[in-house]
Ligand binder design. Sequence first.
Ligand code: AP5
Length: 218
Amino acid sequence: MYVVLLGPPGAGKGSQAPILAERLGGVHISTGDMLRAALKNGTPFGLKAKAYMERGDLVPDDIVLGMLIERLEQADASESAVLDGFPRNLFQAEQLDRALEEAGKGVSCAVNVRVPTDILVERLAGRWTCSRCGSIYHEQFRPPKQAGVCDNCGGELRQRADDRREAVERRLEVYQQETAPLIEFYRSSQRLVDVDGDQAPERVTWELLAAMERCQPV
Ligand code: AP5
């Protein structure tokens, strides 16, 4: 089963997706993580994406689509996946439907994680991410046991370059313009499920798992 996690920056997609993927028996695919890895490794894709990401703009579709389709063709994604941060606009959503349809598959549902804007800003300003394993923390809402050190692997915690105030503002604007229309796209094909993301993380997980139970396998 393929599940799309929709929601603005800071909604909790990256925190929740690995838990959902594990429960689904599939993989967590985050285009944001893939792009950050490409950037870190200095690949041509990463170097092209850098300026867009730092500004808070979407990376051009051809770069992201090529990367995502290639990832979906790998063996561990052949049955199930939780897509986090993809699709981000109508073109990507249509291309995803087309690629899965060609393989006799489809997106079972899109879960829209709703969180008020002032909460999103607070979450992004206090986010710290492990530079080694990618675990996500918040200085107030999910602090690590030792400041600056990952509880899971001991890696160094860092703040993301695009969590600067100007980039956050731009990301929220881009979300409204480009990504929010996907709510209607999936609603009109009866694939949308809504979840209140402004609750304790464990409660959000519980509601997401319950929402996934209602998704129809394609
Ligand atoms: P991406 O990495 O996808 O970022 P995003 O969508 O902006 O989402 P975030 O990762 O910022 O937030 P999240 O919802 O995952 O929240 P998190 O769980 O971390 O994209 C980055 C960039 O890459 C884009 O701007 C674009 O340039 C490019 N890109 C990526 N995909 C693309 C695509 N398809 N097309 C084109 N360009 C693309 O949580 C945030 C914080 O809140 C954490 O500190 C966490 O601990 C805390 N938190 C989470 N849940 C709760 C809760 N319930 N209560 C309290 N705190 C919580």
